[in-house]
Structure formats: structure tokens, C-alpha cells
Design a protein around this ligand. Sequence first.
Ligand code: PMP
Length: 407
Amino acid sequence: MTTFDITAIRHDFPALQQQVYGKPLIYLDSAATAQKPQCVVEAIDEMNAKCNANIHRAIHYLAIQCTERYEQARETVRRFVNAGKTQEIVFAAGTTAAINLVAFSFGERFVRSGDEIVVTEAEHHSNIVPWQLLCERKGATLKVVPVDDTGRLQIEKLPEIFTGKTRLLCVAQVSNVLGVVNPVKEIVQLAHAHHVPVLVDGAQGIVHEEVDVQALDCDFYVFSGHKLYGPTGIGVLYGKEEWLEQLPPYQGGGDMIASVSFAKTTFAGLPLKFEAGTANYIGAHGLAVAINYVQDINRTAAHAYEQQLTAYAIRQLSAMEGLRIYGTAAPKTSVVSFSINGVHSSDAAAILDKLGIAVRTGRLCADTLMQRFNLQGMIRASLAFYNTKEEIDALVNGLRQVQKMMH
Ligand code: PMP
């Protein structure tokens, strides 16, 4: 294994120190929600306890402190994804909220009856259902890019999928089921050559990949704080300024206006136009602390460690009889989903749980992929840089017990 001080890293995460059912917790569900380092927990606690006042409104001390932290967090996010301007960073409740924002506002402005929106077969429900709702509202059609048996997106089909009526392509950087890294830069180039803008769902991607939205040249990029070792209830929409300027507001309320009268309301400029109501300033600050943490621990070493751990997990799991892994195409992040002959995923989860092992099972918010692979559900072990080889061994032993009990 690459030199990476796993003992020190694990020490940073209080949730990993606990026992469940009298056994050490083995947390293999980070793709759903990652655990938070102590510094994030403390940052949230400290704000809740002391630095709590509504932002962008009052001019008293606490309000100014909170506003500054919120806007500093925006700058931290901007630098993290290398956006050109802070106006291009909109805080939302998470990936789902950010996608719904674009589906509504972009849809209102640019989608008409007969138009087409393209998604892929490997999307999370969050990147399918908002587009279906938009298509229903507008009389548009949803088109789908298929994946092959290895989980590779068949991007060679894109030129025949795009038509003069295609308004947007929505694609995950990394599927939450397959873990396969999609060639987003290439996809964006291809789409732009057909005058199609691209929304990238980075919920999984940003955790494992260095993201540079300017280099990717994507039009929208969305992600959640809680998968990036940050708080729940906070996420980000990056949008190119020229797009965001053209979109109408998503929600109306305080903070998103310039002036209100019964005759006419005018809206705030970017990004506040899209941040109606009291923002989650504590979440935004917590996210910034999480981003700083991720950058401080040497991301390159953390990635290398995760990759080695993933390769080990795949080797060990592949050696098990009757086990099939989905998403075998390279490159792949540390999301490993599989099925076991004759074992229902929920039974496996229940048995593993009693051994202290947390995995995700079921349809993984990806019914269309379950249909693609003709399954009722999968078992997913998603690894983070705080997991260990010993934990993988425990998972494999646990699965052997599952097989024994079920057969
Ligand atoms: N897209 C992907 C690829 C995801 O993995 C997830 C979370 N599982 C989401 C979207 C939705 O994220 P959230 O629930 O944080 O809005």
C-alpha cells in the first residue's frame, strides 16, 4: 500500500471509533453518506452554539460573522472546482435540489413541446425524475444513452441520439452503482459539437476526482456536501454565468430579490437570485471545512490508497463463488456493487449488519440500472480513504457466512 497514515486518518473520524451490536463498526456505505472528520463536527457545533444569526440581512456582529463565513465558503467551493467566478456558485440543499433547480429554470426558459432531454441509463433517480417531470410539463421527450455489459457508457451512440431538438444532456461523472468514471470532458466536447449543453452530476465524482469545471467545460456541475465528508442539507450548483444569467429564478422569497412591489418585483443578481429564503449558512461553512480537510490530507495519496483498496476488494470478492460485480469497465472509483446467486440483497444486508458491517443494498436509487442488469437489487460496498484491508476481509468473511446461511 502507498504510504498513507491510515491510523491518523481514522482517528480524525469519531463515527469510526464506535461499536454497533458490540462489534467495531465497519462502514462501507460512504457513497450514500460519508462520515465527517472531527473538524467538520466541531465547526458545525461551534456555529450552532455561538456563531448563529441570519445572513445577508442584519448588520450586527453575529450576522456579519455568519455572512462572511457563508461567502468565504462560496469562495472555497469556487477554488475547489476551479470556477471562474463566485457568482457561478449557487448553494442548494444538495445534488437533488440543484438538479431540480436547473430542471425547472432551464426548462422554463429553453424547453418547449417536441424538444428532447438526454440522460443515461446509469443515472441516479435524482438525475432522471426531475427531467421526466420537466418533459411531462413541457411535452418534451426523454432520451437515454445506454451502458454496455461492463457498465461503460456507449458514448459512440451520442451523435445519433442528438438531434436539432436536443436541449440538454445530463450525465453522472461517476455512477453511484457502477463506480465507473465517465469520460465527461470528451462527452462535453461531443455534446458541444452538437450545440447541446451538459449538466454533470458530480455527487460521486467530486469525492474521487479532481474537478476543474473550466477544463471540463461543462455548463452545469452539481454535488452534495454530505458525500464529501461535509454536512447534510448543503450542496452546490455550479453554472456558467452566461447560462445562469438567462435562467429565471427557481423559488421566490427573501434574499433573492432586488426590490418588491405589487406592481413589479426585480431580482437579485447571481448567485442570490437562486438562493431564496434563509440559506444553510452553517452547512456551507461545514462544507468549506470539509473541503479544506480533504485538501489538507494529500488528496493524491488518498486517491492512490482508495484505488489500491478497491483493487483488493474486487480481487477478494471476485474469488467468491456465485458473486458477480457490476461496473467492471475502467477507470473505476471505490464503489463496488455486486449480486450473489441465490441470495436476496436485503438478507445479506441484515446478516452483515449484525456483524457490524454497513453496506447499501436494494435498488440503490437506480431502478433503470436494475432493469438493465435484470436484478431486484444489488449489494454495494463503497469505500473511502478511511477504510482498511482488514475491513474488506471482514466483508468477505461476512459474505461467506451469508452464503452458508442462505444455501
Ligand atoms: N446523484 C448521484 C450519482 C448520487 O450518488 C446521489 C446520492 N446517492 C445523488 C445524485 C443524490 O444526492 P442527494 O441525495 O445528496 O441529493
